[in-house]
Design a protein around this ligand. Structure first.
Ligand SMILES: [Ca+2]
Length: 356
């Protein structure tokens, strides 16, 4: 009996210590970018999507798709097929309200041709959603950020295509299709992300009013290449997350495989860490500071110890009476002894009462 109870206690304590260790390890996964550190990330299911993409009603609670886009539940959301003059889109239903975020997209641009292909796709963080148009399948004069995966050079450039570039639209400026938006770009890089042997991914990290960072995986698994980093940038607040693609005379399959979006909790490395700590993203149910996290764990530990102490005392009390953990039969016997004692007392008092 002793060994069974104490083994339960030790098992609980051991599980708790393992949990503490795990939580601590999770806290220590930090990403340093510029003068800020991404302390922790919390995945947002409202802005993430994976296979099979749709529920029983052939819909997705958090996303809409349209035009030529269709879903192969095992493989992808195909924005365009490898056919001329197609366009398709995928948009989040809710705006992204986190101030700081990370969007990681696994995508695939493929087609048989090795020399004639296009036009490309765009990852949007924009104020308008689900409006088809001429900018890679989405509306022009957009207000927000477009990260272009442009595979077709509409004019001559000193750099190679496929190309990744970002344009921040103010809601009035028209995208210059003929120049591939060259004079409008915030940052860019060339990367051959088409017809690769590894999964191709794009990771966009934004810290409000601080920086925008774009990395791409196309050489090897978990081998992230820096595309560009822009400091002191401000994006419109609460944008929708969208994806659109377009083909023209030339074409390609433009697929979204998976989207993972995270709210990012940052810690500034500069001296004004006091002010930056105030602007941390608060996530419901999750403490935003490591201190409150520490106290939460401490209280849990105290709770476990106090619970264990009372459990141990109760165990000792019951062992002394010979009743703990002996199964139902013994407990019933104890109950009957109590009952007998009770009856005796009652009888005594009754006798006394009668005697009066
Ligand atoms: Ca182009």
């Amino acid at each position: 009996m002793v060994s069974r109870f104490s083994s339960h206690l030790w098992l609980s304590l051991w599980a708790f210590v393992v949990f503490l260790g795990y939580a601590q390890a999770a806290d220590e996964v930090k990403t340093k970018l510029g003068n800020a550190t991404i302390d922790r990330t919390v995945q947002l299911r409202t802005h993430s999507i994976f296979a099979p993409y749709i529920d029983q009603d052939l819909q997705n609670r958090w996303w809409d798709f349209g035009a030529d886009a269709y879903i192969n539940t095992n493989k992808y959301i195909r924005l365009t097929r490898n056919k001329p003059s197609e366009m398709g889109w995928l948009w989040s239903r809710l705006p992204l309200t986190a101030s700081n975020w990370v969007v990681e997209v696994e995508f695939k641009v493929s087609g048989e041709s090795s020399h004639l292909f296009g036009d490309g796709m765009v990852i949007w963080l924009a104020k308008d959603r689900a409006k088809p148009g001429p900018v890679m399948g989405s509306v022009d004069n957009f207000n927000g950020l477009g990260v272009f995966l442009d595979t077709y050079a509409n004019t001559r450039h000193p750099y190679a295509f496929p190309r990744i570039y970002a344009i921040l639209g103010n809601g009035q400026t028209s995208y210059n299709h003929d120049s591939d938006g060259e004079e409008q770009q915030l940052g860019a890089c060339s990367a051959n992300y088409r017809r690769t042997n590894v999964a191709t991914k794009l990771k966009i990290t934004y810290v409000k009013d601080t920086f925008l960072d774009v990395k791409v995986q196309y050489k090897a698994w978990d081998d992230w290449s820096d595309c560009f980093f822009v400091e002191g940038i401000s994006l419109p607040s609460s944008p929708y997350l969208g994806f659109s693609a377009q083909t023209g005379d030339v074409s390609d399959n433009h697929d979204i495989i998976a989207i993972s979006t995270y709210s990012a909790i940052t810690k500034s490395l500069s001296k004004d860490s006091q002010s930056s700590s105030k602007s941390r993203v608060s996530v419901p149910g999750i403490s935003s500071s490591s201190w409150s996290g520490f106290f939460f764990k401490l209280f849990l530990l105290i709770g476990v110890c106090v619970g264990g102490y009372y459990g141990w005392n109760e165990y000792k009390r019951r062992t002394a009476r010979g009743g703990f953990g002996g199964g139902g039969y013994q407990r019933v016997l104890v109950g009957m002894e109590d009952l007998e004692g009770f009856i005796r007392i009652r009888r005594g008092s009754e006798v006394g009462a009668v005697g009066e």
